[in-house]
Ligand binder design. Structure first.
Ligand SMILES: Nc1ncnc2c1ncn2[C@@H]1O[C@H](COP(=O)(O)OP(=O)(O)OP(=O)(O)O)[C@@H](O)[C@H]1O
Ligand SMILES: CCCCCCCCCCCCC/C=C/[C@@H](O)[C@H](CO)NC(C)=O
Ligand SMILES: [Ca+2]
Length: 512
């Protein structure tokens, strides 16, 4: 089957499986084959007196970023040669930085309530094949996983896996980032505190209703694909934004922080959890009909460090050069600025108005309902967020905007939609400004009399709610700051030319 001697394999090798090349980084496991179980179906080998065999399990890439575990068995007459191959391949796998011991949190109530079954039937057998040991924790209440992460001996683990949706991921992320800051003596309530990076990776096994974080970082929401990314030890850095109000930490967000439409949809849908994922369609329709707009003021600092723009045609893909450059650029800026906090002196822009939706997204927010996402050119790890402002418009125009989430047309090509790439922003609702609460501190600091110079207008009915990665957040004044690459996932971003790779591979399969 192969003409390469076992001792010639090195770290970057590919195993040549007939016409199919598998990078060693994508081998899942190598096992001696139990010949009693394995049927010797190839005529050539049936004639062997005492055959020996080993099986290589590897990642097979299918269409639309879907990965599957495939295997091929190598037969051999020489026992010693067979053992040499097994040994050499196992040594190669040892050289890969892969997780060996994982902490798994399962939300049994996320999505269609299938989390436990999905983990037990689809994921646990793969972990066991890859010799990964696990401590599994099925949550009994909301915040159970988060609280537990403050107590466990985290250093025992090479990663944390969450089985659930975006809300469950958010919980685990809060536990990990919070734990990291606590252990390092960082005060999360200080919005300007330089947060400590979280080097322990999180793997997401999608079992929620939207699974937007999984979809946007892997390209598909599929439990087996995600399990394989975890097994081979992929790594994808991720920007995280912190949300504060008056020097009080509220939440972190990695996908959507949305006020107005998406906040209202979430708030209404929480009452309908019994409907499962359908609740978003029901509440989406209801919220669309209500057509509420909200008045407020947004201050933002444009992200000057990054070369990209939200209107770019190219999207963030595996090994993205924009993310790499932004990381370097930010590191240089931090070195130069030192303790000077120059960020504060940088330009702030202000926008006042009536909005149907204010969406800040750290990633595209692609999901099965919206395959390109809310901002198709947003980057996973460039230290910026795309701030999308949908101004008051007719129901018909808003519907046209929503429909563009689901097709190929440019969703920013509307006179009532503005989009900015930012590194921080602040929002204050008009209601709060009028009440002259403490929150005006935020605005006054940068713009003094600005708000009072513009008399009140007629639109505000009540405040909306924030949709923060699928969790509700009630604050009508917030301060948001993007922390570049604060954490890492077991993922590799979305791969380019996936369709081509998949069709090449299927040709190979036909040849085998
Ligand atoms: N055992 C539990 N009982 C009740 N709620 C839980 C439990 N474990 C976790 N949760 C909470 O359930 C909420 C929603 O879970 P999850 O995100 O997994 O599903 P979802 O909301 O259906 O999916 P999505 O966020 O993708 O729309 C999270 O806020 C999480 O904190
Ligand atoms: C009539 C056409 C309607 C089209 C509606 C398109 C809907 C696209 C939905 C995109 C949501 C992406 C943002 C993700 C948000 C998640 O954080 C959150 C929790 O999982 N999900 C929702 C729905 O708020
Ligand atoms: Ca980003």
């Amino acid at each position: 089957v192969t003409n390469q001697p076992a001792h010639e394999l090195d770290r970057g090798s590919c195993v040549h499986i007939e016409n199919c090349f598998v990078p060693t980084s994508e081998i899942i496991a190598v096992e001696e084959t139990d010949l009693n179980k394995k049927q010797r179906n190839s005529g050539k080998w049936q004639k062997m007196a005492k055959p020996h065999a080993f099986t290589v399990y590897y990642v097979k890439k299918a269409r639309n970023h879907r990965w599957r575990c495939s295997d091929v068995t190598f037969w051999c007459v020489d026992e010693q040669l067979c053992n040499q191959w097994i040994q050499a391949l196992k040594e190669l796998l040892e050289l890969q930085t892969r997780p060996k011991h994982l902490l798994v949190y399962i939300n049994p109530y996320g999505g269609k309530r299938q989390g436990k079954r999905i983990y037990e039937q689809k994921v646990a057998p793969l972990f066991s094949l890859a010799s990964i040991s696990t401590d599994v924790f099925v949550t009994e209440r909301a915040n159970h996983a988060k609280d537990n992460l403050f107590e466990v001996n985290i250093n025992k683990y090479d990663g944390v896996v969450c089985v659930g949706g975006d809300g469950m991921f958010s919980e685990v992320m809060h536990g990990l980032i919070g734990r990291m800051q606590k252990d390092s003596g960082i005060d999360q309530n200080n919005p300007k505190a330089p947060l400590v990076q979280c080097n322990i990776r999180i793997g997401i096994i999608p079992a929620g209703s939207t699974d937007c974080i999984c979809y946007s970082t892997v390209g598909i929401s599929d439990p087996v694909t995600s399990a394989l990314h975890i097994i081979i030890g992929d790594s994808q850095p991720l920007d995280v934004s912190s949300v504060h109000h008056n020097n009080t930490f509220l939440k972190y967000t990695v996908s959507l922080l949305g006020y107005g439409f998406y906040g209202d949809v979430l708030k209404d849908s929480e009452k309908k959890r019994w409907m499962g994922p359908m609740r978003y369609d029901y509440s989406g329709f209801k919220t669309f009909l209500s057509h509420h707009c909200y008045e407020g003021t947004i201050y933002f600092q444009p992200a000057k460090h990054t070369q990209g723009s939200p209107r770019d045609k190219d999207s963030c893909r595996t090994g993205c050069h924009i993310c790499r450059q932004s990381e370097q650029q930010l590191a240089e800026e931090h070195k130069k600025c030192g303790l000077k906090h120059e960020e504060d002196e940088e330009e702030w822009k202000v926008i006042k108005g009536k909005f149907l939706a204010i969406n800040a997204v750290n990633m595209s927010c692609a999901c099965p309902r919206s395959p390109k996402g809310l901002s198709p050119a947003a980057h996973l790890a460039d230290g910026s967020s795309d701030l999308i402002l949908v101004r008051k418009c007719s129901r018909f125009d808003f519907l046209r905007y929503l429909i563009r989430h689901t097709n190929q047309d440019d969703q920013f090509d509307f006179s009532f939609v503005d989009v900015y790439r930012v590194k921080s922003f602040q929002f204050t609702s008009k209601l709060l400004e009028d009440n002259e609460s403490d929150v005006t501190d935020i605005g006054k600091k940068h713009f003094g009399q600005f708000c009072r110079d513009h008399p009140a207008c007629c639109c505000s009915i009540a405040n909306s709610t924030w949709n923060c990665d699928g969790e509700t957040l009630n604050s009508s004044a917030i301060e948001v700051r993007v922390h570049c690459q604060l954490m890492k996932l077991f993922a590799r971003g979305i791969e380019e030319n996936c369709k081509e790779a998949a069709s090449n591979q299927s040709t190979v399969e036909q040849l085998l």
